[in-house]
Design a protein around this ligand. Structure first.
Ligand SMILES: O=c1[nH]c(=O)n([C@H]2C[C@H](O)[C@@H](COP(=O)(O)O)O2)cc1CO
Length: 145
């Protein structure tokens, strides 16, 4: 299974340790195409220096999104890029799980929470200690569809 993980990069790297925990768990279910999002060495500057600029990042990520079977997004730290990826993924009718931590005291955008249709797009509130169990439950159900 190809899994596309979305998390904030230029939107701020405060939650990188949680991204790591999620990606490690996702790797037990398949190949995480965007593993780099969870790398602690990746700064708010993004991969600009590594790749041939933003156009190359966008093209590669759109190719990966097209290839992916499921998208898991940590949406607590607001990120334009994550919002864009989710909009494109919805348009592609992909299966999407968004994870949000209410303990952040942020209010999740209506354009994300309101996209939950109880089927293809699911938005789940969670606390950090619940994240592995939530993913286990999600992927167990996924294997039955
Ligand atoms: O260097 C990058 N590499 C990359 O893969 N992305 C993608 C993956 C992330 O899920 C998302 C983060 O967007 P943003 O940088 O706007 O927070 O965009 C984003 C950047 C920088 O914007």
């Amino acid at each position: 299974m190809h899994i596309y993980f979305c998390g904030s990069i230029r939107g701020g790297r405060q939650d990188v340790s949680i991204y790591q925990k999620i990606v490690q768990k996702l790797q037990t279910y398949g190949e995480v195409l965007t593993e780099h999002v969870s790398h602690s060495q990746l700064s708010e500057k993004g991969e600009y220096a590594v790749l041939k600029g933003d156009q190359a990042i966008h093209q590669r990520d759109m190719d990966w999104l097209t290839l992916s079977d499921v998208i898991v997004a940590e949406v607590t730290q607001p990120s334009l890029g994550v919002g864009y990826e989710l909009g494109r993924a919805v348009a592609m009718e992909k299966r999407i799980l968004c994870l949000f931590r209410p303990s952040s005291e942020r209010s999740l955008s209506a354009m994300i929470r309101g996209a939950d249709d109880g089927d293809l797009v699911q938005v789940q509130d969670y606390t950090e200690d619940q994240v592995e169990a939530i993913l286990e439950d999600y992927f167990a159900k996924l294997s039955k569809v």
